[in-house]
Design a protein around this ligand. Structure first.
Ligand code: HPA
Length: 246
């Protein structure tokens, strides 16, 4: 049974070093996940991989079926998820190309199906979400990143934004006042859904731009390409180093 999953984000629909054993489209009560789950091995460790935005990167963050993705992974026995995604940097401590392992979340998303507790007839359970990311898994990612020589920021608050548009300067100022160090569109409701199912979850955030108002002028998404490919290379080095220690 596979215990470790990796959710790939923007620019990561295929994992280097993954020896593929099989692919399976898992059905869930919430509909179809973004793509078939890929079962395989990295450095001899069994992993299951799913590309959050689909195999062709065609599903934007606000249309991802987070409930189906996390449910599908849990249904095949996954107990730990390492999620990867791109972010904008708010805090000066975080530079483009850095990998941030956040320890907190502020959720600014709206209109996303954020819970499996959606049926009025069932018994409802309140989940503790004080520490949204699993600390043991975070520490492994931080150690893995350091041993791979990747530039890493070992803490931070992830501001989860709805998208698909990027934020206004005023929205980023508010997030900064709230204490957010990075902003992205993917870790919520993913993190909360994993917690509801009892799956350990940590996030590896690849900084690809300065958030609105934090750089020079407007954000030019056409310049993300090289930041994404460099950042995802670093993320994969971190993953390879981390996976063997799990
Ligand atoms: N905002 C929201 N999501 C993002 C950004 C950003 O600036 N960069 C990459 N994903």
């Amino acid at each position: 049974m596979t215990k470790l999953a990796i959710i790939g984000g923007t620019g990561l629909s295929r994992l280097d070093g993954l020896t593929v054993e099989r692919r399976e489209m898992v059905k869930t009560p919430y509909g179809a996940p973004s793509c078939p789950l890929v079962f395989g091995e990295i450095n001899g460790v069994q992993v299951v991989f799913v590309s959050r935005h689909g195999n062709r990167q065609s599903i934007p963050a606000h249309l991802v079926n987070y409930c189906a993705n996390v449910w599908a992974l849990h249904s095949v026995g996954v107990e730990r998820i390492i999620a990867i995604g791109v972010v904008g940097a708010i805090d000066d401590e975080c530079n483009i190309g850095d990998i941030v392992i956040p320890d907190q979340i502020i959720d600014y998303t709206a209109d996303r199906s954020g819970s499996y507790e959606s049926d009025v007839s069932q018994d409802h359970h309140l989940i503790d979400f004080s520490y949204p990311y699993n600390d043991a898994l975070r520490q492994k990612l931080i150690e893995g990143g350091k041993s791979a020589g990747v530039s890493i920021v070992d803490h931070g608050t992830y501001g989860a934004s709805s998208g698909p548009r990027l934020e206004t300067v005023a929205e980023i100022r508010r997030m900064e006042r709230d204490g957010c160090s990075i902003v992205g569109m993917s870790s919520m409701p993913e993190a909360a859904l994993a917690r509801e199912l009892g799956v350990d979850y940590a996030f590896c955030a690849v900084a690809v731009n300065a958030a609105a108002g934090k750089g020079d002028g407007a954000i030019d998404v056409t310049q993300w390409k090289s930041a994404i490919s460099t950042g995802m290379k670093s993320a994969q080095q971190l993953l390879q180093a981390t996976v063997v220690s799990l």
